[in-house]
Design a protein around this ligand. Structure first.
Ligand SMILES: Cc1cc2nc3c(=O)[nH]c(=O)nc-3n(C[C@H](O)[C@H](O)[C@H](O)COP(=O)(O)O)c2cc1C
Length: 368
């Protein structure tokens, strides 16, 4: 199999990366009181040493008291956490890598199994995180304005610390996605509405504020998913026209790269074409896209959370789509948890040495 196109450099504004492999954002919960430790820095540095082109950090939360449901998820605000992130990016750059933080607000959450709770109730567009499941409060206009400012501040801090880009987490049922979805947004004001385009107003204001803070030359990625944690087959945009009405305004607001989250990258987005989500997003917006979802593995990540292992699998179908120009970059998650050198092994064709994924990889930060 020819993987040459995976190993071509990629440049877009502030991003200059040596290949097309992107480490997918993966929450690790190893940052006590929200502060990334030296082990967290070593973990990311090792993936950069292993030749990952662009590392996206685990979700790291903005400065809102209820942005997180987990005391060990890193903050992207406050002197101690930002000093931790400074060590992370310095370590990644020292070995020739590139990295952006995934900027996150979880929105209305279920309570974490640890029992930890934020000081104030969870907040979201409406009080629930799936139809019929209330666990917080609806944000008022002042909350929304403050959250938008907090996203912008986090992006400005990322740029100041020397990160190469930022990613906004707009996927997987968290705050931005809760605004998108009519199942979690029943507001009657300008942040609600009957159409997906109307409910995108919060995302667009966040993107504009982030763009205002970082200037025109800093790369902004947004991660989106059609699926919801409560419904893996859900499609917010039911056809290409609805997808265009959703994505184009975000591109116009300042998004450079759409990171299109699927569980399995080979699944077509709409009937009548084999294009996946990243393929459609690129075709519709003309922007660069990242595909992701079971690259190089034979089982998806929801199965991983249920404790299932996944064995290595061929990259033929990935390369068929990449060589055709469907997407620019390729997100890889679970293979990099236990194997920092996955990228190097792929480049050198050492497929017999690939490790796949087992649930033990979730329990520790593998640094060697
Ligand atoms: C342990 C774990 C944590 C994750 N945390 C995040 C996260 O913080 N933000 C996010 O957007 N996706 C998160 N994801 C989803 C991954 O980024 C990725 O989309 C998913 O694992 C599919 O890629 P894979 O099949 O290569 O693992 C997580 C996945 C795993 C396995």
């Amino acid at each position: 199999m020819n993987t040459d196109n995976l190993f071509k450099p990629f440049t877009l504004k502030s991003l200059n990366i040596k290949n097309r492999i992107v480490m997918a954002p993966m929450t690790r919960s190893f940052s006590p009181s929200g502060v990334p430790t030296a082990d967290v820095a070593a973990y990311y540095q090792k993936r950069a040493e292993g030749e990952v082109g662009l590392i996206l950090s685990e979700g790291t939360v903005i400065n809102r008291l209820s942005a997180s449901n987990d005391a060990n998820v890193p903050h992207f605000y406050g002197d101690a956490a930002l000093a931790g992130w400074q060590q992370v990016i310095n370590g990644v750059h020292a070995v020739g890598g590139a990295m952006g933080p995934q900027i996150w607000h979880m929105g209305i959450m279920d309570n974490h199994h640890s029992g930890w709770l934020p000081e104030v109730p969870f907040e979201g567009p409406s009080a629930f995180n799936r139809p019929g499941h209330e666990n917080g409060k609806a944000m008022n206009e002042a909350d929304i304005t403050d959250a938008i400012i907090a996203y912008g501040k986090a992006a400005a801090d990322a740029q100041r610390l020397g990160f190469d880009c930022v990613e906004l987490h707009g996927a997987h049922g968290y705050l931005i996605d809760q605004f998108f979805w009519d199942g979690t947004n029943n507001r009657n004001d300008i942040y609600g509405g009957k159409t997906l385009a109307e409910r995108s107003r919060f995302a667009i204001e966040v993107i504009k504020e982030v763009r205002r803070q970082v200037g025109k030359d800093f790369a902004i990625i947004i991660r989106l998913s059609q699926w919801k944690p409560s419904d893996y087959n859900y499609k917010m945009a039911a056809n290409p026209e609805e997808m265009e009405a959703w994505l184009k305004p975000m591109a116009d607001a300042g998004v450079d790269i759409f990171h299109c989250s699927q569980r399995r990258f080979w699944e077509p987005e709409f009937e009548g074409s084999d294009l996946n989500f990243a393929g459609w997003a690129k075709k519709i917006t003309g922007k660069a896209t990242i595909t992701v979802g079971s690259v190089g593995l034979n089982g998806d990540f929801m199965a991983a959370f249920a404790g299932e292992s996944s064995a290595p699998s061929s990259l033929d179908e990935l390369m068929r789509r990449m060589d055709r120009g469907d997407f620019d970059l390729v997100g890889v998650g679970r293979p990099l948890l236990a194997d920092p050198f996955w990228t190097q092994k792929i480049r050198e064709g050492r497929s017999a040495e690939l490790k796949g994924f087992t649930k033990e990889a979730l329990g520790t930060l593998v640094i060697d």
